[in-house]
Design a protein around this ligand. Structure first.
Ligand SMILES: *Cc1c(COP(=O)(O)O)cnc(C)c1O
Length: 367
């Protein structure tokens, strides 16, 4: 088998794909540098850990794990539908919302289509686009955020899908209700708009767009949300989309039947009712955000104002080096050079003492 060339056999879009780069796992850094007491502020995870109610419910779920999960996620979807004021047939569950994003691309996009997203936007959008062999178009950002006028102007006859992250990761930038609404009004009905609201719960209530209500008026709008951030279930993989029922029906044909497992279904169902946990997540995030901002202002570091659970800080041309030095001090943050932000580092908001470990480590390098 001398002539075997797997790459030439792969789909064209896949050949030049770079794998998603996740935040460095704590165990990996422990292994590499023999460190303990590592602080990980690299993946926008919830620093509170699992909700106590979820932990208890998962214990009860263990006994049933020899059986397949509910392929239709009836209880979770019912709870979501009730909470969001939509019909159960408008909800599609995902193994994390990344699964939903990929499902959308696979259901609706082919190699003849164009897909729009913003410069500095979440990397999963170009990834799922390229994997299908469609043409991804990154529209230049404005003040690190989405330039919706430019995005509307970039729509062509070939445009099938537009991804918008609000708030965006890794910049934390935010689009107002008015900005989004005037954009939606401009988008032709045959172009699907995916509004990725992974950080929705962190947005102050008064500023949140009524995005789920808009789905009634704009059947081409898809709202995606996750349990990975404010709900603290990143390791379990749970996310969902709210859409027109016909879109959900099509996604359901492509979806893996058991894309959410029994534990994640149960955990998501239980955490939706844990209002105290959610409130605490938001409070810890606000306090930690204030702590990091105060530090940045004290030492004159520029940062991108953020509506998420992270802050992207401009540390300068040696960001890659600072990232490495932080690793050696047992602090994992996220380099964002791959997002065309080579001078920035993204820092997830942790507990107060975790933020302080990061602050002290960075301070010692700057002085
Ligand atoms: C974290 C994140 C997600 C959600 O990822 P999951 O697959 O649900 O864990 C989706 N979109 C953006 C912009 C994110 O930052």
């Amino acid at each position: 088998m001398t002539n075997f060339d797997a790459k030439s056999l792969a789909n064209v879009g896949v050949r030049n794909l770079s794998p998603y780069q996740a935040g460095k796992p704590i165990e990996e850094l422990e292994r590499e540098l023999g460190l303990t007491d590592i602080v990980k502020l690299a993946s926008n995870e919830n620093p509170l850990g699992l909700s106590k109610q979820v932990t208890a419910a998962l214990q009860d779920t263990l006994a049933g794990l020899a059986r397949y999960p509910d392929a239709n996620g009836f209880y979770l979807k019912s709870k979501l539908a009730e909470k969001l004021g939509v019909n159960i047939n408008q909800i599609t569950l995902g193994n994390g919302s990344n699964d939903v994003l990929e499902l959308l691309a696979r259901t609706f996009v082919n190699e003849h289509h164009e897909v729009l997203f913003s410069q500095h936007a979440f990397v999963v959008y170009p990834l799922v686009t390229q994997a299908i062999g469609a043409k991804g178009i990154a529209v230049p950002a404005k003040n690190y955020g989405h330039d919706l006028d430019a995005m509307a102007a970039a729509i062509t006859d070939k445009t099938r899908m537009i991804f918008i992250a609000n708030p965006n990761n890794p910049t934390g930038t935010f689009l107002t209700t008015a900005e989004l609404e005037s954009f939606l009004a401009k988008v032709p009905a045959q172009v699907l708009v995916v509004l990725d609201e992974a950080y929705y719960e962190y947005v102050p209530a008064a500023e949140r767009a009524p995005s789920v209500e808009w789905v009634q008026r704009y059947p081409n709008l898809i709202v995606s949300r996750t349990f990975s951030k404010a709900y603290g279930l990143a390791g379990l993989r749970a996310g969902y989309a709210v859409t027109h029922a016909d879109i959900a029906d099509l996604m359901n044909r492509v979806r893996q039947p058991f894309n959410m497992n029994s534990l994640s279904l149960k955990a998501a169902e239980v955490v939706l009712d844990d209002a105290d946990y959610l409130a605490q997540s938001i409070a810890v995030n606000q306090a930690g955000m204030a702590q990091l901002i105060e530090f940045c202002e004290q030492v004159n570091l520029a940062y991108i104002p953020s509506y998420g659970n992270f802050l992207t800080i401009e540390v300068g041309a040696d960001a890659a080096d600072i990232y490495q030095q932080l690793l050696h001090k047992g602090v994992i943050v996220r380099p964002v050079a791959g997002y065309e932000l080579p001078n920035h580092l993204r820092v997830s908001i942790g507990l107060e003492h975790e933020n302080q470990v990061f602050i002290d480590a960075l301070k010692s390098m700057l002085l």
